[in-house]
Design a binder for this molecule. Structure first.
Ligand code: F6P
Length: 390
């Protein structure tokens, strides 16, 4: 291996720079050359003469704690669906061969692709088109990538959200208000669940549990009757009322893989106020959850991933996506991770914890599901190796 490239695609997440630095340092120490590609694949597609940056030691100095990505990123401009202007109209066009060609011209032997499900899908398709090797590094604050137990950026997003909930508690309590806080996560409820429990929410609504508004109203009425005259409702942007669709603020277009979710918190606040008479406000945390310095946990995970990417390149001839499994970093085939998301486990101990604490998830009464399913209770009898998570 003489020359490798690295890029960052999709929404940014705290820890990207820590991965870039780890890849660069461990590759440079093996005598390899490292090129950073600007803005996903866009620099290459635009034939930008500055598309590639030499990542020497100086280029990656002092960035381990810095949020965002020094390479830039985009969650548009998929090379297989690239907007090319034809007769004054932007037309989706497959320009993947151009990307593969540019890799060949620059003698790049492998790509370390930092990204989410969309980036892994693109990486897999580019491999099929002739890119020599790809090591995907899973990244998203949403924590919803298949195969890995956790993605870097998630812990920082949970920390930021928890801190916001702490601040909202005092103002909600002072004004005897309901505050509905909308958090990111797309169609998975990881941020809402983890930050909601850590931040002492009264109601947590996640996409995995379609909610019944009456349950939410009951919980809020109950709090006010018990003289706890305020409430914090955490709602994942992708949560849905049972029988309804998710709430979008922007539709999907030909050049963006995902429609933009948003608006559910304000709608809920209005519904809660109308039904319960409790004054309600909404807060959308939005991109605050993606910005800023990664916390220690994410810096560590990011650097473990970056160094593991280079070790897999050095010691194997495989492509795939890195995954954290049981405390180890492993390489999974891209086919195993592309084409679906990892949702919250409704029988996992985190949801059980929320129910046991009396948090309302918008479905049954608190505590009712904290019992183990009958099948697991039977499996655990006397069989220490198959003990379920309690
Ligand atoms: O996937 C990360 C994420 O932050 C989601 O949680 C959110 O729905 C989306 O990206 C927002 O995307 P954009 O940066 O296009 O607003």
């Amino acid at each position: 291996m003489k020359r490798i490239a690295i890029n960052t695609g999709g929404g940014d997440a705290p820890g990207l720079n820590a991965v870039i630095r780890a890849v660069a340092l461990s590759a440079l120490s093996r005598g390899w050359e490292v090129l950073g590609i600007r803005r996903g694949y866009q620099g290459l597609l635009d034939d930008d003469p500055n598309a590639l940056i030499h990542l020497d030691r100086n280029a990656v100095r002092g960035i381990v704690h810095v949020g965002g990505t020094i390479l830039g990123t985009t969650n548009r401009n998929d090379p297989f669906n690239y907007p090319v202007e034809i007769d004054g109209q932007k037309v989706p066009t497959d320009r993947s061969d151009h990307v593969v060609q540019r890799f060949r011209e620059h003698g790049i032997e492998a790509l370390v692709a930092l990204g989410g499900d969309g980036s892994m899908r693109i990486a897999r398709s580019l491999l099929a088109r002739g890119l020599p090797r790809v090591i995907g590094v899973p990244k998203t604050i949403d924590n919803d990538l298949r195969g890995t137990s956790v993605t870097f950026g998630f812990a920082t997003a949970v920390e930021t959200t928890t801190e916001a909930l702490d601040r909202l508690h005092s103002t909600a309590q002072s004004h005897q208000r309901v505050i509905v806080v909308e958090v990111m996560g797309r169609h998975a409820g990881w941020i809402a669940l983890h930050a909601g429990i850590a931040g002492g929410a009264d109601v947590i609504l996640i996409p995995e549990i379609p909610y019944d508004l009456e349950r939410v109203y009951d919980k809020i009425r109950q709090r006010y009757q018990q003289r706890s005259e305020f409430a914090i409702v955490v709602v994942a942007e992708g949560a849905t009322e049972a029988g309804h669709d998710a709430t979008y603020k922007l539709g999907k277009n030909a050049f963006k893989e995902h429609a933009v979710l948003g608006g559910i918190a304000e709608r809920l606040a209005r519904q809660i106020e109308a039904a319960t008479g409790c004054e309600s406000r909404s807060v959308v945390l939005g991109h605050l959850q993606r910005g800023g310095s990664p916390i220690g946990l994410d810096r560590l995970l990011a650097q473990r991933m970056g160094c593991a990417a280079v070790r897999f390149l050095a010691q194997t001839d495989q492509s795939g996506m890195l995954a954290e499994i049981g405390g180890q970093i492993r390489l999974l085939p891209l086919d195993d991770v592309v084409g679906g998301i990892r949702n919250v486990d409704l029988h996992g101990d985190t949801v059980c914890t929320g129910r046991d604490l009396g948090i309302c998830f918008g479905d049954e009464a608190a505590g009712i599901f904290s019992e183990l399913p009958a099948s697991e209770r039977r499996a655990s009898n006397g069989a220490s190796h198959s003990q379920p998570a309690l």
